[in-house]
Design a protein around this ligand. Structure first.
Ligand SMILES: *[C@@H]1O[C@H](CO)[C@@H](O)[C@H](O)[C@H]1NC(C)=O
Ligand SMILES: *[C@@H]1O[C@H](CO)[C@@H](O)[C@H](O)[C@H]1NC(C)=O
Ligand SMILES: *[C@@H]1O[C@H](CO)[C@@H](O)[C@H](O)[C@H]1NC(C)=O
Length: 375
């Protein structure tokens, strides 16, 4: 009797779960149920729902720029392949049908502003050369990333993004809630064996990132900083080296675009050990920064940290761009968009710390009660 009673009860509960409720996960954002419109906006930064985000922005390097994600095209490396596909970049690409944080957010907030669209030739910035004039505002919109950028470049990137955001058609700069994704550090790792090594130390990196965070806090109201961790750049080399059939020749006289050409410090074990040390300690610095600038009740600013430890060797080689086997391909950008979308809704203690390839990875469908996780 008791057993039957509890069986009935558990049947009733599972039926309730099946019928009354919203999908938990889906393979495309269109299959996630819409959210009911909120009566009131967020009371503070701890209360921001995804459909409260009206403006999206990003800072970073060639990954965020979308460099090379379409691969080498028809086999030859020409000027037409050194392109940044800004409209497909995982945090901020806004092309129709793109799978990015921006398009997923737009599903819930159709008026979202700031996504980058289309493509253009590479926009370079590094410690020697960072011209302020290379942006194409109608393509880049609020994607301030530059290929080659290091932590020090976040400041010139903000020189572009802050005024562009203030004057953006349809943006209420004072009142709209904003989300800015920052991913920086790969080129800093790759600079650690060069004459710019002094700019790659953990201390220098921390100083530059924190200065950018402070500048955002002091100049942009109502904003959440989505701070992406560091991947170990060295971890992609074994995947590239295991697939000579896919990856371009490593002979730099015929092909400039190889991992070691783009990141000279991949040349020796000593140097990659240093890069790994830096990646791990940059992350510790980012975690400290996120803690220092964590959400506070009544506040309108927060930094949230997303772990980014990618176990490259578990991925199919097509995760790497066939242009250089160094940059992420479109496939990997889409994958990143899913892991960082899902992570956005998880409190830090429940976020995955490491990512191995999951061919069945799906998108989380946010529910009424979900907020952008700031704890
Ligand atoms: C590759 O070749 C096809 C067919 O000739 C052409 O339509 C396409 O634009 C080429 N792609 C690139 C990246 O050159
Ligand atoms: C690195 O060295 C250069 C050249 O000496 C100097 O201009 C720069 O300020 C140094 N950077 C840091 C972070 O110490
Ligand atoms: C992915 O899903 C397929 C089909 O449902 C299943 O056979 C496979 O084991 C899953 N793979 C992983 C790694 O979970």
């Amino acid at each position: 009797m008791r057993a039957i009673g509890s069986l009935c009860l558990s049947l009733a509960i599972s039926l309730a779960l099946l019928t009354g409720t919203e999908a938990r996960n889906a393979d495309s954002i269109d299959k996630c149920p819409p959210l009911k419109v909120r009566r009131n906006g967020p009371k503070d930064v701890t209360d921001v729902r995804i459909d409260d985000i009206k403006v999206i922005a990003a800072l970073g390097d060639s990954i965020i720029g979308g460099f090379g994600l379409m691969g080498k095209g028809n086999g030859t490396t020409t000027i037409n392949t050194v392109i940044e596909y800004r409209g497909e970049s995982y945090p901020i690409g806004g092309n129709d049908g793109a799978e990015t944080l921006a398009t997923y957010t737009k599903r819930y907030q159709p008026k979202l502003k700031g996504a980058s669209v289309g493509e253009h030739l590479v926009e370079r910035c590094n410690l020697e050369y960072c011209p302020p004039t290379e942006y194409r505002p109608s393509i880049d919109n609020l994607n301030g990333a530059r290929s080659g950028a290091v932590a020090k470049s976040l400041d010139p990137e903000l020189d572009y993004v802050i005024p562009r955001m203030k004057n953006y058609p349809g943006v209420d700069f004072e009142n709209d809630w904003k989300l800015i994704t920052i991913q920086i550090g790969s080129n800093d790792q790759c600079g650690s064996c060069t004459s710019f090594a002094n700019e790659s130390t953990v201390e220098a990196y921390t100083l530059y990132v924190e200065s950018a965070i402070e500048r955002i806090q002091n100049n942009i109201p109502k904003i959440i900083v989505n701070l992406i961790g560091n991947l170990r750049v060295s971890a992609l080399l074994p995947l590239a080296e295991a697939h000579a059939e896919y990856c371009p020749s490593t002979d730099t006289s015929v092909n400039y675009f190889t991992p070691k050409a783009e990141c000279p410090c991949l040349a020796s074990q000593d140097q990659t050990d240093t890069m790994d040390y830096l990646a791990d300690n940059y992350d510790k610095a980012l975690i400290n920064i996120a803690h220092k600038y964590r959400a506070r009740k009544g506040g309108d600013f927060a930094v949230v940290y997303q772990p980014y430890d990618i176990n490259f060797i578990s991925f199919p080689v097509q995760a790497l761009s066939s242009l250089d086997c160094f940059h992420p391909s479109l496939t990997l950008h889409k994958y990143f968009s899913k892991i960082f979308w899902n992570s956005l809704f998880l409190p830090s203690q429940r976020k995955p710390q490491h990512y191995s390839y999951d061919p069945n990875l799906t998108l989380y469908c946010p529910k009424q009660k979900d907020r952008i996780a700031t704890k």
